[in-house]
Design a protein around this ligand. Structure first.
Ligand code: FUB
Length: 487
């Protein structure tokens, strides 16, 4: 929980003018203002309705201070004037990426261009680095309500729902919500065009995500990532995204939440993989249980739509912890032309087994170990022109040398010939820890893409990662050309 420290006194609720009032004259003015505002107060709705905010880069302008924008200065949240002739630094300080809330994907967090997040502490809004703690994630999450003016939005604190983000003497605070016209105005903002627009194509998703499983289903690309930004990768839920062009993404929120949806796991929702068969969608996932602190296990969930909701198909793990050496994580399913689907998985050792027709069971006697040299985790298999490409990640995901290598074979289970590393860091561009990827072919031809994660740029690390997509190209002999990671 957020630790409550000594508070600065909150304002009277009548905004900047009254907040500064210290003289008797000013207090009389406040009383007069209160009388003037009373009719508005009486007719105003007591509860604002939840609303949605478009994800991505934006700037926020208070409804009652045109020309001022939410910005950070010296790690504190403020509203200040910004104009087209303002310094580039001020414009950047007044620009945020709206991302799914670090504590709840149905709320929002605000990431500054330096990678830090707006959060409250002692009820003051500040800019801090995500340490992955539950406290930070909650303090940095705000839930959207309709604002005081059409087209505006206000934000209540996720962990102090009776407090609302507002400006006061140009500072940003979360204050106890007041049902007054002045408070509603001080806590309502327009989402505006960002003062500092994006100049890069990556990351493709706004926010902290990893282990992207990119696939093409029903005429659209779908992306299923690990939700990142949690200490120890302990995030409990999987989200889904879709796109027609790999550029503009629609967010569907959580499609599987281990806590409520899976009886045997409640954390470490890592590295999903989704396949479609017989009109149903199967999501393979890993999870741990806080009670008993169990090792990770693999499960499978099923849905009637690629955007869920997914339901645990078995009520128990598909691959139990300890059944095989290595961690039971990082599932991947490949379906060959003859209709056989193969399950690949494992950290430390790579296993493969043909799945039964139900896609939710297999014959343990048919499990084979096919660990390539250099393998750590994140297997991915695809076929092109009769060649089967087995790809994986090497090193630890916390290392900037996390990277992707591959091997080829004439069957989905090998034997494989090692072909070396195809994706690794570019320190000159600040791109580090490139790994845990997936590959998809464009429906229109022999154009291929690789989705992967890397340390978020800037200020990321092995638990604060971002999802990128780049081209995967082949040489005339069928080998994969080194991937050029782009900003
Ligand atoms: O995201 C959690 C874990 O980190 C994945 O399961 C691994 O592949 C590594 O990316």
């Amino acid at each position: 929980m957020h630790s409550r420290h000594t508070l600065s006194k909150s304002s009277s609720g009548f905004g900047d003018a009254v907040g500064r009032a210290t003289t008797r004259t000013a207090r009389r003015l406040a009383a007069l203002l209160a009388l003037v505002l009373l009719p508005v107060v009486l007719v105003a709705p007591a509860e604002a309705a939840p609303t949605t905010v478009t994800l991505g880069r934006a700037s926020f302008e208070p409804v009652n201070y045109a020309g001022r924008f939410v910005r950070h200065q010296d790690y504190l949240g403020r509203i200040d004037p910004v104009t087209s002739s303002s310094a580039a630094q001020l414009k950047s300080d007044a620009t945020f990426t709206v991302v799914p809330g670090l504590a709840s994907s149905s709320c929002y967090s605000f990431q500054a261009t330096n990678g830090r997040f707006l959060r409250h502490k002692d009820y003051r809004v500040r800019l801090d680095t995500n340490d992955g703690s539950a406290t930070f994630r909650a303090d940095a999450t705000f839930c959207a309500q309709t604002g005081s003016v059409t087209g505006s939005v206000s934000f209540t604190s996720y962990n102090f729902p009776s407090r609302t983000l507002r400006h006061k003497r140009s500072e940003l605070w979360i204050d106890p919500t007041q049902d007054t016209a002045q408070f509603r105005a001080d806590s309502s903002f327009y989402r505006r065009t960002p003062w500092t627009p994006r100049t890069t194509a990556n990351p493709v998703l706004p926010g902290l995500f990893a282990d992207p499983h990119l696939t093409y289903l029903n005429g659209r690309y779908y992306l299923y990532p690990t939700t990142d930004g949690y200490a120890g990768w302990s995030g409990p839920a999987y989200s889904a995204w879709s796109s027609a062009d790999l550029t503009t993404w629609t967010f569907y929120g959580n499609v599987l939440d281990l806590g409520p949806d899976v009886s045997w796991a409640d954390n470490s929702a890592w590295a999903p993989a989704v396949v479609a068969k017989n009109g149903r969608y199967y999501l393979y996932f890993s999870g741990g249980a806080a009670s008993g602190n169990t090792a990770k296990q693999l499960g499978v969930a099923v849905a009637d739509s690629p955007t869920g909701p997914f339901r645990d198909a078995l009520g128990r793990p598909l691959v139990a912890a300890g059944a095989y050496s290595g961690q039971a994580i990082d599932p991947m399913v490949f379906t060959d032309d003859d209709g056989t689907s193969y399950l690949y998985w494992g950290q430390g050792a790579l296993r493969v087994v043909p799945l039964n027709a139900d896609l939710t069971s297999f014959d343990p006697a048919r499990v084979r170990t096919i660990t390539p040299s250099g393998y750590n985790e994140a297997p991915f298999l695809f076929e092109r022109n009769g060649t089967y490409y087995l790809m994986w990640s090497e090193n630890d995901t916390r290392s900037e040398d996390y990277r992707v290598a591959y091997a080829t074979a004439s069957s989905p289970t090998g034997p494989f010939t090692n072909r070396g590393v195809v994706l690794s860091k570019n320190t000159g561009l600040g791109i580090l820890g490139t790994g845990h990827h997936s590959v998809v072919r464009s429906p229109t031809g022999d154009t291929w893409y690789i989705a992967y994660h890397r340390f978020a740029v800037p200020a990321g690390n092995g638990t604060n990662r971002e999802v990128a997509i780049d081209r995967l190209t082949f040489r005339a002999d069928g080998t994969i050309a080194p991937v050029v990671p782009t900003p």
